[in-house]
Structures are given as C-alpha cells and as structure tokens.
Design a protein around this ligand. Structure first.
Ligand SMILES: [Zn+2]
Length: 248
C-alpha cells in the first residue's frame, strides 16, 4: 500500500501542451521579407511592444514598415507562422555594436540572413503569460530540432545583443533568452526523470524485491527531482508554484 502511494502517484502535475501553430504564411502574406532562401543558424527573440498581435500582423503587411518576423507568439499561446523559415524576415537587420558572438562572427552578413525572428506579444517592461512562455519554449525547441540549431546562448539571442542602442529593451525588459533556454532544458530533465521513475515503478511492480529498498530508492528520486526544481528553476515562477502546491 505504501509502495503504491509513494511510487505510483505522480506528485507533479505539469500538463503537456500541444503546440498550436497557425499558419498565416499563405492567408496573410507579407511582402516584408527577402525570398533569397538561406539556412538559419540561430534564433533572435523579440517583444512586439504592443499587446495586439493583429497590429503586429498589420504592421508586417505594411510594405513601408519593412518589418516582419517568422513567428508571433500571442498572449493566449497561439503561434502565428508569418514568414517561411528559409526566407529572410526583416527583424534584426540593423546592427549597432553587437555583443552576440554569432553576429560578431558574421560581421559582413545581415543577421536576417542567418537568424529566424520570433516576436512575442508583450509591452515594454511587461510580462509574459504562462501559456505564452510555454508556447515560446515549445516553438524554440521545435525550431532548434528542425534546423539542427544548438540550444545555447550562442545561437539563441536577444535583439538587444544585435542593436545595443535602439533595442536594449527587446526582449530583455520582459524576458531573457537565458530563462527560455534553461527552462527548456529543465523541462527535458523533468521528462527524463518522470520516464525513469515510471520505469522504476514498472520494474518492481511484480517483483519480490524488498519493498523498503524500493521505497527508499523512489524517495531518493523524488528528492532529486525536488532539488532539481529548487536549484535550476529558482526564478521560474510557475514551477515554483507547482513545487509549493506539492508541499515542498
Ligand atoms: Zn526586437
């Protein structure tokens, strides 16, 4: 009985959301991109500085704006796919004393030719919604896998690291690429631990193995998960809340 209580009941209720990408590349074509197709080597993160995503879309459709991004992440977690990954959206063309290594190492190239752009709907100095942050993480992970982009700070950068004059707020006044990367890695680790725990439970379910040892092992694993949450996700409000729900 104790065995079942300790080992089987999942104490963490992180729901898995399915990424919803709304393809508007055909229905709302923007002319604000170059169709000179190039392989993308990294991702540049932005904020729209405005709450209304449709204004961002309208802005992208306005030829005079000369602005666009490959994706927009709405406050409700919807993802709008605006420009084909291979095409060059106009989101990070203007450089000013860049600090990002990928930009410094490509000094004679336009960042739009090797970086995909993601606009996240948020006001300057504002915050992201939880579902929006989840959607952003899923999108970044999806694009990294799709294009073989390493999930690290050399390849996932903020607009502020390309233009250190006009874009110092984008997106770091709202969120930081570090948080996104760390949280994706944390999600992966949590998934791994959950699978491992499930396997462990399965393996011992029908065995004559000493139950005390099983319980100790599972408890150790739970402690490991808790420690992981506390260490790696100290700044992640959502996961901190889940940890509190669980009773620490
Ligand atoms: Zn930006």
């Amino acid at each position: 009985m104790i065995y079942r209580g300790v080992a089987i009941a999942a104490p963490f209720h992180l729901e898995v959301i399915t990424m919803k990408i709304i393809d508007v590349t055909h229905t709302i074509p923007t002319q604000n991109y170059s169709n000179r197709k190039t392989e993308k080597e990294g991702i540049c993160l932005h904020i729209t500085t405005d709450f209304a995503y449709n204004q961002a879309l309208n802005w992208f459709r306005n030829k005079r704006a000369k602005a666009s991004a490959h994706y927009i992440v709405e406050r409700n977690g919807d993802i709008f796919y605006c420009v084909n990954d291979a095409n060059n959206a106009y989101h990070a063309g203007k450089k000013y004393r860049p600090t990002a290594s990928i930009v410094k190492n490509n000094s004679n190239r336009n960042p739009n030719s090797y970086l995909m752009g993601i606009e996240v709907v948020a006001v300057k100095n504002g915050h992201l919604t939880q579902v929006q942050f989840k959607a952003l993480k899923e999108l970044v992970e999806h694009l990294c896998i799709k294009h073989g982009i390493p999930l690290d700070r050399h390849h996932i950068i903020g607009h502020n690291e390309i233009n250190t004059k006009d874009k110092i707020f984008c997106p770091v006044s709202v969120y930081n690429p570090n948080e996104v990367i760390r949280s994706i890695k944390a999600d992966r680790e949590i998934k791994r631990l959950r699978v491992e725990r499930k396997e462990l439970a399965e393996r011992y379910k029908n065995s004559e193995y000493d139950q005390d040892r099983i319980i100790k092992k599972v408890r150790r694993q739970l402690q490991e998960m808790r420690r992981f949450y506390q260490e790696q996700l100290a700044e992640n409000v959502e996961l901190r809340r889940l940890l509190e729900d669980e009773g620490g």
